[in-house]
Design a protein around this ligand. Structure first.
Ligand code: B12
Ligand code: SF4
Length: 507
């Protein structure tokens, strides 16, 4: 049995990262001797031709894709097209969004055969082994015109039994060209119950940790792929000090040199812990502060105080770890006045910060009990659930109030960026902009390199390439030359010379 896993694009306000979900699934399939390939449409042009070619060439039995809420429609459309090309291929979708909308997904998307609910590694393995759908835990599927959901699949108890995520199946050099960090999971689960989050419902309330030695083995593996920065995707890395210290000690005892970042809660850090993390290479922590109003924090069951937030930022600053504090506007109890208090609080924190907007994702308490929380959900058009625009209203806070605040925020951001370097307003967003290498994006998302080759040799391979790209992409030739040169030096971009023509390719 052969499986094709497709990484769908998402709206790119984010720096791309290899999705651990399908990378783990691919790893488990490979470990069990099944053929699997990845088609990555996130860091390349998404085109029907490309999907068709892949299906014809690989002839998979299963095509699977992953999604969060905001790109569900993109992932679904990809499967629709796969089914059009090959009506016999079994289509399957997974991820946090469809795990909570399984029946609805199958009803509205007849081209999707199976929805994977929860963790998918062993679900996919059961399916490729030929297990009957009705005997495969953790799926929903159609049978005789009705929708069946099988028993819940238990969470994987021992994460150390999992193989390495199959990163080698992804186009790594494309990620390198984008300066992407390497994603990694050191554990799964979260014991907290913040009402806007699906964390504990997806990964369970009981934390499952991996052996720190195996995590660091995996990091060494990733460094071997040329990554220099890791992003640890655990919902909450700083909960278990013993595990965290063992992880940091392991990094230091092996003398590894790389930087890393992680998610933390402001009530789980202390100066000694932060110092150790810094010594082990941690350069940034993401704190979900959510609101600058204590009553709102209490209402959303965040179980932190504003004072803890201030202290946690100060502690991290003292050891030299950058903090990115994230806030959510439009939470239950929000009014125009609380919006302003949150922004003021964010500005007074000595941290980079980002403002998001509440999106009541399927599976969250805030969606299930919206009425009780005094929240009106204005749309279930998932394409709008990017957490950057209002899709709800409270009695005291309308979408217009949020939009006008964001408008002021982004205006301020531009002024800050241009004129007031160093003033602490929205720096997280500025950093993100600075980090995004637009030339690489333009080349990758349009498959420019692939489309212009072979190039007739004239002034030299690099010079010819830069000249050709400059005809297609609005960048100065000199800048293209310098970027392409550095990609060649790093081995990300390569060429072969044949019959006075150069053929370029990524990695
Ligand atoms: C990395 C990450 C991202 C990355 C990449 C997403 C990705 N595809 O990996 C980026 C930066 C893009 C991102 C962005 C956002 N994210 Co995010 N992100 C994460 C994070 C931290 C880790 C994801 C991960 O690697 N998990 C580990 C793997 C093993 O789990 P998994 O992805 O769920 O996959 C398993 C199952 O879902 C299932 N499965 C998944 N796919 C498939 C496919 C098949 C075929 C099968 C069989 C099974 C299957 O099996 C997998 C293995 O067990 C999660 C939190 C978390 N701990 O998961 C949030 C999370 C996914 N993000 C979330 C949110 C809300 C967002 C944003 C909206 C946040 C924001 N405010 O901007 C944005 C949306 C993007 C945008 N603006 O366009 C929510 C998702 C809620 C939802 N319903 O969409 C999560 C769950 C955080 C949370 N706790 O609430 N995110
Ligand atoms: S927001 Fe963070 S702490 Fe709260 S439930 Fe989600 S992952 Fe856990």
């Amino acid at each position: 049995m052969k499986t094709l896993l497709i990484n769908p694009p998402y709206p790119l306000s984010e720096v791309p990262i290899i999705p651990m979900g399908i990378a783990y699934i691919a790893g488990v399939l490979e470990q069990n001797g099944y053929e699997v390939q990845v088609l990555d449409l996130l860091v390349s042009r998404e085109s029907k031709d490309k999907i068709k070619r892949k299906l014809e060439e690989f002839q998979p039995d299963f095509v699977g894709t992953t999604c969060v809420t905001v790109n569900y429609h993109i992932a679904s459309d990809i499967l629709k097209y796969c089914k059009q090309v090959d009506k016999d291929v079994v289509t399957i979708i997974g991820g946090p969004h469809v795990s909570f909308t399984a029946a609805e997904t199958l009803c509205e998307a007849p081209w999707i055969d199976i929805v994977a609910v929860g963790e998918g590694e062993f679900t996919m393995l059961d399916l490729v082994k030929g297990k009957k759908f009705e005997h495969t835990p953790g799926i929903a599927f159609r049978a005789n015109g009705t929708i069946e959901q099988t028993v819940q699949r238990p969470l994987i108890q021992n994460l150390d039994e999992l193989p390495l995520p199959a990163r080698h199946l992804f186009p790594l050099s494309r990620y390198h060209a984008l300066d992407a960090a390497c994603s990694l999971m050191a554990g799964r689960g979260c014991p907290f119950s913040c009402i806007f989050c699906v964390g504990s419902r997806m990964g369970g309330r009981r934390m499952r940790y991996r052996d720190p030695r195996l995590v660091v083995d995996e990091i060494e593996h990733c460094l071997g792929y040329g990554f220099t920065e890791m992003h640890i995707e655990n919902d909450l890395l700083t909960l278990n000090q013993k595990h965290l210290y063992a992880f940091c000690d392991e990094i230091m005892s092996r003398g590894l040199r790389f930087t890393w970042s992680a998610f933390a809660r402001v009530d789980t850090v202390n100066p000694e812990m932060l110092k150790k993390m810094k010594e082990a290479g941690c350069t940034a922590l993401l704190y979900g502060v959510e609101s600058g109003v204590q009553e709102i924090l209490d209402k959303i069951k965040k179980k932190i105080t504003l004072e803890q937030a201030r202290k946690a930022v100060k502690m991290a600053n003292e050891v030299g770890i950058d903090v990115q504090a994230t806030f959510i506007l439009g939470l239950p109890g929000e009014t125009k006045e609380t919006l302003n208090r949150t922004v003021k609080f964010a500005q007074e924190l000595d941290a980079f910060y980002g403002l998001h907007v509440l999106a009541p994702f399927p599976g969250t308490e805030v969606r299930d009990k919206a009425k009780e929380y005094g929240l009106e959900i204005l749309t279930s058009d998932w394409t709008k659930y990017d957490a950057n625009r209002p899709v709800t209203r409270t009695e005291g806070c309308s979408p217009e109030d949020i939009i006008s605040l964001l408008y002021r925020y982004y205006m301020g951001l531009r002024l800050t960026h241009d004129d007031l370097t160093g003033v602490n307003t929205g720096q997280a967003e500025i950093e993100k902009e600075k980090r995004k290498p637009p030339l690489a994006w333009a080349l990758l998302k349009n498959d420019v390199i692939e489309s212009i080759c072979p190039i007739k040799l004239d002034k030299g391979p690099l010079e010819d390439l830069a000249a050709k790209i400059a005809q297609l992409v609005a960048y100065p030739q000199q800048q293209i030359l310098s970027s392409a040169g550095s990609w060649v030096d790093k081995g990300i971009l390569k060429y072969t010379l044949k019959d006075s023509h150069t053929a370029w390719r990524w990695g």
